[in-house]
Ligand binder design. Structure first.
Ligand code: PMP
Length: 434
């Protein structure tokens, strides 16, 4: 069955298929960190549905919440009508939000995906301000629909002003440290304040507190506060995209808690649906300017996703899993840094909580290029990904050159599982780089 399924799918499916191409497995069962393939092989899954599975696969509290709805005879689809399931989800979500933000917040249910919520956020900011432009960052990823693409790095929409996202490792001036953040902040201020820059006052700034797809780049807390101050002083709504960083992933329930920044609009998806599709924006009440029907969509009230999401949010909150992610993540980062000290092909190890990135480089090519870090090593990264799979470990790649190994394990990972993940990864890197 395994080979047949892979063969038929690759013959029929779009050339754009991604995960299925890099990870030729046929999952048939899963529990916690483990996925079992149709060929009977078992894998430790550090992709976690691209960061969706805060509690891992098929967690009992999530399954129970879904079953409860199914067994209750409640309707599975009623558009965005008020239901007890929706009420419970909204209440639990607001309980987790930073207090100052939650006090004045409204929620808009969006389509099923993160990209739908990004669209809603951009549209709301444009409606509320009557302006059109957008400040977005290099290396950003916000989704694959038109507006979200426009906000993502690499797009060329004329309405978007692209600003440098702070980076230590590949700071354009090679100075590293907080310099990248300071540079980015000053650049932003001068662009907005210099009448000759040609940048009109935008409808919003959109940023990720940690860039995920961009290669796991955590923004310094000081920089976050500077961006908040810069936008607040100029009456520009700040949209914080927590699609990937939310629900404990970075070691705080929401990544904005690290810097204490209060966004104007938060974009939430992935883990809030407890492994099922769900996306919302939460925003300051005075931005709630749109009239009835101004933002609609058939699939905005997925009852099963809201039930699974409520169970997940509550479980993460009640069991202190954000703190757990902070502690375990710090330990894993330290171990990976020790590995990097012995492995010249590891250029950088970075992350926050259980959102971890390992950038692979080609040290031998460094002398041929400009000063600064060695060039990225995408082929090595792809080979390491394959070597991991052979060792029963699923990892994802990211970054502009797809040269950053990304780990997004469930937050309830045990110490033993974390060690097994790092052992397999270290073995894959060491053997492949030789
Ligand atoms: N924003 C961020 C920060 C993301 O990481 C992603 C998905 N990786 C999205 C938006 C888009 O979400 P979706 O794939 O569900 O459309």
């Amino acid at each position: 069955a395994h080979e047949g399924i892979l063969r038929r799918q690759s013959a029929r499916e779009s050339a754009a298929r991604t995960y299925a191409r890099a990870l030729p497995i046929v999952p048939v069962r899963a529990r916690g960190l483990t996925i079992e393939g149709a060929d009977g092989r078992r894998y430790l899954d550090c992709l976690s549905g691209a960061g969706t599975l805060a509690l891992g696969h098929n967690h009992p509290v999530v399954l129970e919440a879904i079953r409860k709805v199914l067994d209750s005879g409640a309707p599975l689809h009623v558009l965005d009508l008020a239901t007890p399931v929706k009420d419970a989800f909204t209440t639990e979500l607001f309980r987790t939000l930073p207090e100052e933000f939650a006090r004045r917040a409204r929620i808009q249910f969006c389509g099923p995906a993160g990209t739908d919520a990004v669209e809603a956020a951009l549209k709301l900011a444009r409606t509320a301000t009557g302006r059109d432009g957008l400040l977005a960052f290099t290396g950003a990823y916000h989704g694959m629909t038109a507006g979200a693409l426009e906000a993502s790095g690499g797009a060329r929409d004329v309405r978007v002003t692209r600003l440098p996202y702070p980076q230590d490792y590949r700071c354009p001036f090679g100075t590293g440290g907080p310099h990248g953040a300071e540079l980015s902040a000053r650049w932003t201020e001068s662009l907005l304040d210099d009448s000759k820059s040609g940048v009109p006052r935008p409808a919003a700034m959109i940023l990720e507190p940690v860039q995920g797809e961009g290669g796991v780049i955590p923004a310094p807390d000081d920089w976050m506060r500077r961006m908040r101050a810069v936008t607040a002083a100029r009456d520009i709504p700040l949209i914080v995209d927590e699609v990937q960083t939310g629900v404990g992933r970075t070691g705080a329930f929401w990544a904005v808690e690290h810097s204490g920044v209060t966004p104007d609009i938060m974009v939430l998806s992935k883990a809030i649906g407890g492994s099922l599709p769900l996306a919302v924006i939460v925003y300051r009440d005075d931005l709630d300017v749109w009239g009835p029907g101004a933002h609609a969509g058939t699939f905005r009230g997925n009852q099963l996703a809201m039930a699974a999401g409520t169970a997940t949010l509550a479980h993460v909150r009640e069991n202190g899993l954000a703190e757990r992610a902070a502690q375990l993540g710090a330990r894993m980062l330290a171990q990976l840094r020790a590995l990097a000290a012995e492995q010249p092909c590891i250029g950088d190890v970075r992350g926050r909580g259980l959102m971890i990135g390992v950038e692979l480089v080609d040290p031998a090519a460094a002398v041929l290029t400009a000063p600064g870090p060695p060039p990225a090593a995408p082929e090595l990264a792809a080979a390491v990904q394959r070597a991991c799979l052979r060792r029963g470990l699923i990892i994802e790649l990211g970054g502009r050159d797809a040269s950053v190994i990304r780990l997004l394990p469930p937050l309830n990972l045990t110490d033993e599982q974390a060690s097994a993940v790092l052992d397999r990864l270290a073995d894959a890197i060491t053997t492949t780089a030789r």
